[in-house]
Design a protein around this ligand. Structure first.
Ligand code: SER
Length: 582
């Protein structure tokens, strides 16, 4: 079964079980500096798991584009991916363990045709924070899982939380027995020898963890995640995701083009190419910090491996074409953004080729200086990175090829210091989504808050910001609303914003804990990072919003607000472009 068929079956199955299909959020969480990329289907849904009402109801399903960057260096083996698609279904205070487990069982056995004998499941063994999950185990038994295939583990395996704090709970995981020989007498689903492969994870999210420990959430939720590439691989009886139709065309082309045969390099190229394309299609661009640096690393590592295979870098354009053709049905955004994707990757390639030539010469010099010493000091690795833009992973690979090691620890310490500095810079940049802060962009930022509140007053409380982008010329604002706004509604929103501007309202800022901010009724962007102190900006008594600022001090001088365009952004999301005329 092809990946796209699995996706369609999944969404249809849950639709038939009363779920609304919601669109994938972008890979780059807009205006959210706390995370680099969307890493799980639940991430954009955190506010709703905490009790906000979701406009699409209490049963949701989607496919979510995800990037996880902690495994970049593992890519090249037979399973790690940086980009992947997660299929998910959610109950927001609706069904709980029994129905969730029955649906998972039915989907796996009836829709995907997996025999129940091949399925094992794991449940939470219980501890002081949360009791043993006998309920889930019984639900599995009732659904049809063999008793000997039900396992219990502790928090290490059967507890799910994103990071240190946030909504969390015990989970139950499903494993497919690949039929391989057990690696020993103790081989079970917790073992990663490859006999049991995890295919789906249902989290029973009814707790919230913060510095003080666990508390119960307002509602009992279910959050599930099924990795599409892995499922496709298993159902197709393939050894790796690279053998599925998702990667196969690029892998095959690489085999044709290569002069040296290295399978790991082909996988790295195919994987990093797809990830880079997806990130660029969602607006990511290479740079030296945070998200941009991840993208830069992906593109650069891909190029290093194209070089290793002695493939002419001009072929990048062909490889991009192949991926667009192969993946456009699943991700139409690849076709819409094809030219941008090419431009960005090729420009980055040109830069990197220069860096490589330069850096390799410097590397040679440094090696000569070392003499007999076979360990390259972290300081040298850092200098190559910082002064010549030569990526540490490349230094490390080159070092290995030449029989050297690098002092990774020392390098990492220096790198951390450097990153802290960059992060401070990045925060200023991402806060409020403002790349440049000047009088004009600051006015637009305040106008965005007025618009947000005005939309909620005119259209209703279901309006939620899903993104915003500001330039010196205009603001762009995306929000949830099921239909096109009428002319009258647009006029009403404009008038309301202009009235508030004319009142010359004072803009004030207070710092408080996230919880207090929510209690005070502040609206805003909700990230999966809580417990921190947040800033709340109030505009008179009209608007109150969590935000990093900056804002005008009084609304009086902002100019006249005019909505230029109201259009659809994606399903259930509208986009407004507006200007301030002075
Ligand atoms: N949040 C869980 C995961 O990422 C289930 O969706 O696995």
């Amino acid at each position: 079964m092809k990946a796209i068929e699995i996706r369609n079956k999944y969404l249809n199955f849950f639709k038939n079980h009363g779920h609304n299909v919601i669109p994938s959020a972008p890979l780059i969480p807009e205006n959210d500096p706390s995370v680099l990329f969307t890493t799980a289907g639940m991430q954009p849904l955190v506010p709703y798991l905490l009790g906000e009402k979701h406009p699409a109801g209490t049963r949701l399903t989607d496919y979510q584009k995800c990037v996880r960057t902690n495994d970049i260096d593992e890519v090249g083996d037979n399973r790690h991916l940086t980009y992947f698609e997660m299929l998910g279904n959610w109950s927001l205070g609706d069904y709980f363990k029994e129905e969730s487990i029955q649906m998972s069982f039915d989907f796996l056995t009836k829709e995907l045709g997996i025999s129940k004998e091949k399925l094992s499941v794991t449940c939470f063994a219980g501890d002081d924070d949360c009791p043993r999950d006998e309920i889930s185990a019984n639900c599995w038994k009732k659904a049809g899982i063999l008793e000997e295939n039900i396992y219990f583990y502790g928090k290490d395996n059967n507890w799910w939380i994103a990071g240190e704090e946030g909504p969390c709970g015990p989970d139950t995981e499903m494993f497919l027995d690949t039929g391989k020989e057990p690696c020993g007498p103790n081989c079970d689903p917790s073992c990663d020898c490859g006999k049991y492969v995890e295919i789906w994870n249902n989290v029973f999210m009814e707790y919230f963890k913060d510095k003080n420990g666990y508390s119960k959430l307002k509602q009992r939720n279910v959050d599930t995640g099924l990795g599409l590439e892995r499922m496709a691989m298993l159902l197709q009886g393939k050894e790796t995701p690279f053998d599925t139709e998702l990667f196969y065309p690029v892998m095959k082309k690489l085999e044709e083009l290569q002069k040296v045969d290295i399978i790991e390099s082909r996988r790295i190229i195919a994987e990093h190419l797809r990830s880079s394309m997806m990130i660029i299609a969602d607006g990511g661009r290479p740079s030296n910090i945070d998200r941009g640096y991840v993208l830069r690393r992906l593109i650069r590592r891909m190029i290093r491996h194209l070089n290793k295979l002695q493939i002419d870098l001009k072929e990048l354009s062909t490889l991009i074409d192949i991926n667009v053709q192969n993946l456009k049905e699943m991700y139409p955004e690849l076709e819409t953004n094809e030219q941008t994707i090419k431009d960005v990757i090729i420009e980055e390639k040109d830069k990197f080729v220069k860096t490589l030539n330069h850096g390799e010469r410097e590397f040679e010099k440094e090696i000569k200086r070392l003499g007999e010493n076979k360990k390259i000091p972290g300081e040298v690795v850092f200098k190559l990175y910082d002064t010549y833009g030569f990526p540490p992973e490349v230094t490390s690979e080159l070092a290995k090829e030449n029989g050297y090691e690098i002092d990774l620890k020392e390098f990492e310490e220096l790198f951390k210091k450097h990153q802290e500095k960059s992060r401070l810079g990045a925060e200023v940049k991402f806060k409020g989504g403002l790349a440049d802060q000047n009088e004009k962009t600051i006015s637009y930022h305040t106008a965005t808050h007025l618009l947000h509140q005005a939309l909620r007053t005119v259209l209703g409380e279901h309006v939620k910001q899903c993104g915003s982008n500001i330039t010196e010329e205009r603001l762009r604002f995306d929000f949830t609303h099921p239909q096109k706004m009428t002319k009258e509604e647009i006029k009403e929103v404009e008038d309301l914003v202009n009235e508030e501007i004319k009142k010359d309202l004072k803009v004030t800022c207070e710092e408080m804990s996230y919880e207090d901010a929510k209690k005070s009724g502040a609206i805003g962007l909700f990230t999966d990072k809580y417990g921190d102190r947040v800033k709340v900006y109030s505009i008179g008594n009209f608007s109150k919003e969590i935000c990093g600022g900056p804002h005008v001090t009084h609304t009086g001088d902002m100019g006249t607000f005019k909505i230029k365009k109201e259009e659809s952004s994606s399903s259930g999301v509208r986009r407004i472009k507006a200007v301030l005329i002075k």
